[in-house]
Design a protein around this ligand. Structure first.
Ligand code: FAD
Ligand code: SF4
Ligand code: SF4
Length: 662
């Protein structure tokens, strides 16, 4: 018989405000095997932990139940306290009477009854707990960063500066991400390229960083400390070693009218191209879909003009397999498609553009050489209207319910830059609210209004009409004056919502990381573990986790790097002992468990078994404890009930259910 201690936490008023904690302790004390029960204000505090340690020592406890918050918060805290007192940490169970009880109930009597039942279930489980011993696994001292935007670059630089090897895998032909497409950046209005390019160069020349551009992750296996990743290095059709980046091939390539992804389709590029002048690597890639040689077998001009003999039409994709201790997702974002928003005439007029397209137009290296001009006729616009929250903060299913967070600031930036360079241009911004909570952000917005004369109107744009003369008519409501407005415009700029890169779901599946309903990667804990995913060894950096600007992205990149460094600095990791185990007398080797295991942890071995005096060789499921994550998929699949989870056995679960139903 176990000697069990029950410790009921008030969590200030978080629990005690709704649950009669004294009653819970009193009722728990009546359960079989319970030799100690007490309540305390904050069990996780040093004083609370000391109470647990003292009771284990003084009363010879063999099991502990802490009635408190979620085990995700403090299970480790209480297990460590038990270990200090000499008790096996896996003899501690948590009854979650906060998230599962006090936070979701209002009535004290009902909440108290439920807390008593939850405590009873945990006590029933502890009766069947057995001491468990964690295993050990090695740590590969190398990190992988998926995505080479500012988030990925900064994370890689910080890890590499600490002395660890890092690989960046970027799917486009160059690192740089969205920041490389921007002109000037808020809140300081410095040139984006001037602050990004040195970082790109630093990453490319860092002795600890290897960059795989035009590459993607194909397969991820393994676990924290020892992931095995297959990287597909797509064929560039240009030998990176031989190419000098002279650009003659692009110049001479006859297939010139292919939309430039870098310029958001506002300009063209050749079939063999370097996406932008500061690209890293400064080596072209052949877009085989638009290359005449690949389409018809004819042409071959680039190979003929290339003095370095770098063009290689026979180059094949390469698979590189590499081991990593930690993986950082930094896959960033894109803007939503605007096909569902035809009321803004985006598909009808070239002069209705997105904010990212405006960044390219304003950029000296962009499609108009940095001149603000209408794409329909090249004229300078006199009246520009900005429309905020296109697809953000939507209550209908068309758009995103969240605030994209960066648009208020970049629109103020665009408005200011335009008024500064073209003082005769009238700029009007239609907004729902102006959200500028960052450091010096509100001052920035006020400068746009007070110093640059930008006309801000609180109201929503209902429709943009394309008029017969090619100009635009904006119909909107002015919410403060409670009136309808019709305004002529030469150019309309839409602050379209941002969303995670379309690859986010696929990457999350490969990493077994969680994503939210909007496909942003989810952090393990919004406040306490904001750069870790719930999957051990997987970290998050930049906009793939949620909307953010560059300063926030860089801060989060540094935080993710620190977590990775902390992991790689360890020689060995302890592994969770709550793994699956097959009962060799019940297992019939049917393979069903191996088929469902998402971690490939189950194999089969021929084993001599003694079944009630009959000795025979049987095919038995064998679990690799280093790979098993204790998800339990195999235990519910096993038709003969042979597979069980240590620490969460079928008997333990049933005894909990019995205790609840008692
Ligand atoms: P990204 O820049 O999107 O980088 C992600 C990278 O990951 C990309 O290179 C992508 O190709 C790569 N990738 C994606 N999927 C994969 C995959 N499966 N495998 C490999 N690689 C992959 N912020 C400011 O602070 N100031 C400003 O003035 C400002 N202006 C802005 C203006 C506009 C119009 C917009 C849209 C944004 C602006 N921002 C500004 C925000 C800024 O762009 C972002 O904060 C920043 O780019 C986020 O960086 P990131 O690395 O997280 O994402
Ligand atoms: Fe352009 Fe393809 Fe011809 Fe090279 S072979 S010049 S990439 S069309
Ligand atoms: Fe695989 Fe079973 Fe372990 Fe889950 S519990 S990881 S299915 S062996």
């Amino acid at each position: 018989m176990q000697r069990i201690g029950v410790f009921v936490c008030h969590c200030g008023t978080n629990i005690a405000g709704t649950v009669d904690v004294k009653k819970v302790a009193e009722m728990a004390a009546k359960e079989t095997g319970v030799v100690h029960a007490e309540d305390y204000q904050y069990m996780c505090s040093e004083a609370g932990q000391s109470k647990i340690i003292a009771a284990i020592r003084e009363k010879g406890l063999t099991g502990v139940v802490v009635c408190s918050c979620s085990p995700r918060m403090h299970e480790t805290t209480f297990r460590k306290a038990a270990e200090k007192a000499g008790l096996n940490p896996y003899m501690v169970e948590i009854a979650n009477i906060r998230e599962h009880c006090s936070w979701i109930h209002k009535d004290m009597q009902e909440a108290t009854e439920k807390a008593v039942i939850l405590a009873r279930a945990a006590i029933a489980k502890v009766h069947l707990n057995t001491p468990l011993k964690p295993g050990e696994s090695r740590v590969t001292k190398r990190a992988l960063v998926i995505g080479g935007g500012i988030a990925g670059i900064q994370t890689a630089l910080d890890i590499a500066d600490a002395g660890y090897k890092v690989d960046i895998v970027e799917k486009t032909p160059s690192i740089g991400g969205r920041m490389s497409q921007l002109d000037k950046t808020f809140p300081t209005l410095d040139c984006s390229a001037c602050i990004l390019t040195p970082k790109m160069v630093e990453a490319a020349s860092h002795e600890n960083i290897t960059i795989y551009t035009y590459s993607e992750i194909e397969k991820v296996a393994g676990f924290v400390g020892d992931f095995t990743v297959d990287i597909r290095k797509k064929a560039r059709s240009v030998d990176m070693e031989k190419c000098t980046g002279c650009g003659v091939c692009s110049e001479k390539c006859p297939s010139k009218k292919n939309p430039s992804e870098f310029n958001r389709g506002l300009g063209n590029r050749s079939a063999i191209y370097i996406p932008f002048a500061q690209a890293i690597p400064n080596v072209p890639v052949i877009d085989r879909e638009h290359c005449t040689k690949f389409k018809t077998g004819k042409c071959g001009v680039c190979a003929k003009v290339c003095q370095a003999g770098a063009v290689d039409y026979d180059q094949q994709d390469e698979i590189i397999t590499q081991n990593y201790g930690a993986i950082v997702a930094a896959t960033g974002f894109d803007m939503i498609g605007l096909d569902k928003y035809d009321e803004y005439a985006y598909s009808q007029s070239k002069d209705v553009i997105t904010s990212l397209e405006l960044e390219r137009i304003m950029n000296a290296a962009g499609p108009t050489g940095g001149h603000l001009e209408r794409l329909s006729d090249g004229r300078a616009p006199k009246n520009i209207v900005f429309v905020q929250c296109v697809g953000s903060r939507c209550s209908d299913a068309r758009g995103k319910s969240y605030c994209s967070k960066i648009c208020c600031m970049y629109t103020a930036k665009h408005a200011m830059l335009i008024r500064d360079k073209y003082p005769d241009t009238n700029v009007t911004v239609f907004y729902i609210d102006v959200r500028t909570p960052g450091k010096n952000f509100d001052e920035f917005y006020r400068r746009a209004v007070e110093d640059y004369g930008v006309n801000y109107i609180k109201g929503q744009v209902g429709k943009v009409f394309l008029q017969p003369d090619g100009t635009l008519l904006v119909q909107a409501s002015d919410l403060l004056d409670n009136r309808q407005i019709r305004m002529e415009a030469d150019m309309v700029v839409l602050a379209a919502a941002i969303e995670p890169n379309p690859d986010a779901r696929r990457i999350a599946t490969m990493l077994t990381a969680s994503i939210d309903t909007n496909n942003f990667l989810t952090e393990a804990h919004a406040k306490l573990r904001p750069v870790e995913s719930p999957t051990a060894g997987i970290f998050l950096s930049g906009v793939c986790q949620g909307s953010k600007d560059i300063p926030e992205t860089v801060a989060q990149a540094g935080a993710a790097a620190v977590k990775v460094i902390g992991l790689l600095a360890k020689e060995k990791l302890t592994t969770n002992p709550c793994t699956a185990k097959a009962d060799e007398l019940l297992c019939n080797g049917c393979s069903q468990c191996a088929n469902v295991c998402p971690y490939g942890a189950i194999s089969y071995e021929e084993k001599q078994v003694n079944d009630h005096g009959i000795r025979e060789t049987r095919r038995i499921a064998a679990v690799n404890n280093a790979l098993c994550q204790g998800c339990g998929a195999c235990t519910v699949t096993c038709p003969s009930g042979a597979m069980d989870l240590q620490g969460f056995s079928n008997r333990q679960m049933i005894s909990e259910v019995d205790a609840i139903c008692r």
